[in-house]
Design a protein around this ligand. Structure first.
Ligand code: AMP
Ligand code: MG
Length: 416
């Protein structure tokens, strides 16, 4: 039988992103949150500064503010006429005078350099100072506005906030930020073989049962992506139960993510259930692991809820989440940069068998700046994702020889 060609990852991604209308198209999906609480959220509007940072020229050092013209020869001696700690401000500096100044304190009018205290010697109990080294104009002065200019856009709309950006927002006086509402995501696992660690101890595991591991990492990854997650647990491998779970979840969520049950076996009920309730837009990709990925929409009460079906095999589920669910969720939140960077690295392993599908090999960086391969690349072996610190994005139809340059994606970056 002649099977239709599988969809490439790039085609699938382009189609997915075309379906991902940003939540902010609905004005009710924008929220104001405390800057303290905004880590990981996405800005619904650009952040523009109403002041300059720093607000005034200030000292970069503990030392003496001086007039360069007064210190042309070595060991010039100046009168210390004022003391300016951070948080206060001085008065104008006249010729022949110096101001004792501390880091962050405003530069007094007339001063045009700061000499650090290590290059000075206090004389007469600090009433005078000898400047050992002639300063240059502007030395050790942090200029007003050198960090942020008045009216500058410091953070663009669609920025995913991180600790540094929260600090920057606070530095221009923002106690609150306008962010995109959290995507509401329902998660369920399929598989009659699945049991929860909290329900059955290892010694009591019945024959044929396995623990539901996907539920744990999928839920954690959704939360890291800033989603409000409804965890619906395990849905039995039955058509009616699957239809009911999808239909109910579609009423109040933006996206339903499932794991398992999306292959071609007669215990795989997800695909027909989605088709019965809406549309299946994508199914089966030319990637390894992760081929049985599905995307569709469930129509309920005049609205459509996105659906993403991930494969049951844990590594397939893990990798398809990162490759496909992650960029989709970013796009829903209005993030424009949804790609993950690939770094050129050297393979310290051989991969002698080319595959028809694009592969994502679990690897780990070694001390020689190369990549080691986890020996078991089976899609069921979750150890590979823990031992590994990323994947090699390996094109279809190619082999790898020790020393070849490959494209590496770091889990730390991907899961951030
Ligand atoms: P399926 O995609 O449902 O055919 O499942 C493929 C393989 O993944 C089977 O060996 C399942 O037992 C396993 N599997 C499915 N769901 C999970 C899960 N939530 N946690 C761990 N393994 C799973
Ligand atoms: Mg199954």
């Amino acid at each position: 039988m002649n099977r239709p060609a599988l969809l490439t990852l790039d085609d699938a991604l382009a189609q997915l992103l075309a379906h991902a209308t940003p939540l902010t198209h609905d004005t009710q999906r924008v929220q104001t949150v405390s800057t303290f609480e905004a880590d990981g959220r996405v800005l619904a509007q650009a952040v523009v500064s109403e002041l300059q940072v720093p607000p005034h020229d200030n000292s970069a050092m503990d030392g003496y503010a001086v007039r360069v013209a007064d210190c042309q020869q070595a060991d010039a001696v100046l009168r210390v006429t004022q003391r300016i700690p951070a948080g206060s401000h001085g008065t104008a500096l006249n010729a022949g005078e110096a101001a004792r100044i501390f880091t962050g304190a405003p530069i007094p009018e007339g001063a045009d350099a700061v000499v650090m205290q290590e290059d000075c010697e206090a004389l007469d109990n600090g009433e005078r100072v000898s400047v050992r080294k002639a300063p240059t104009l502007g030395q050790s002065i942090r200029r007003a506005g050198e960090d942020v200019a008045l009216g500058a856009e410091v953070l663009a709309q669609g920025t995913r906030l991180n600790p540094a950006s929260l600090g920057l927002a606070a530095s221009i006086g923002l106690a609150q930020l306008r962010v995109v509402d959290q995507p509401r995501v329902a998660l369920f696992s399929t598989g009659d073989e699945l049991v929860m660690p909290s329900d059955v101890a290892p010694k009591d595991m019945p024959a044929g049962a396995i623990y539901n591991s996907n539920r744990f990492f999928l839920r954690a990854m959704l939360q890291r992506m800033g989603c409000a997650v409804t965890d619906l647990g395990i849905v039995p491998d039955q058509r009616e139960a699957t239809v009911a779970a999808l239909r109910d979840a579609a009423l109040s969520h933006d996206l339903i993510v499932t794991s398992g049950g999306v292959s071609v076996g007669e215990e795989d009920h997800i695909k027909p259930a989605v088709q019965a309730l809406g549309e299946l837009n994508l199914w089966q990709l030319a990637i390894k692991p992760g081929k049985p990925f599905a995307y569709g929409k469930i129509h309920q009460a005049n609205r459509a809820c996105h659906f993403m079906g991930l494969p049951g095999n844990p590594v397939s589920s893990f990798v398809t989440f990162l490759l496909l669910v992650r960029p989709f969720l970013l796009a829903l939140q209005g993030v424009t940069q949804t790609d993950i960077p690939r770094t050129a690295m050297t393979a310290h392993f051989d991969w002698p068998r080319a595959d028809k599908r694009r592969e994502f090999l679990r690897v780990r960086r070694n001390a020689q700046s190369g990549l080691d391969l986890f020996p078991n690349q089976s899609s069921g072996v979750l150890t590979s994702a823990v031992w590994g610190d990323g994947v090699v994005d390996h094109p279809a139809g190619q082999t790898i020889q020790h020393g070849d340059t490959v494209r590496f994606i770091s889990f730390a970056e991907w899961l951030a």
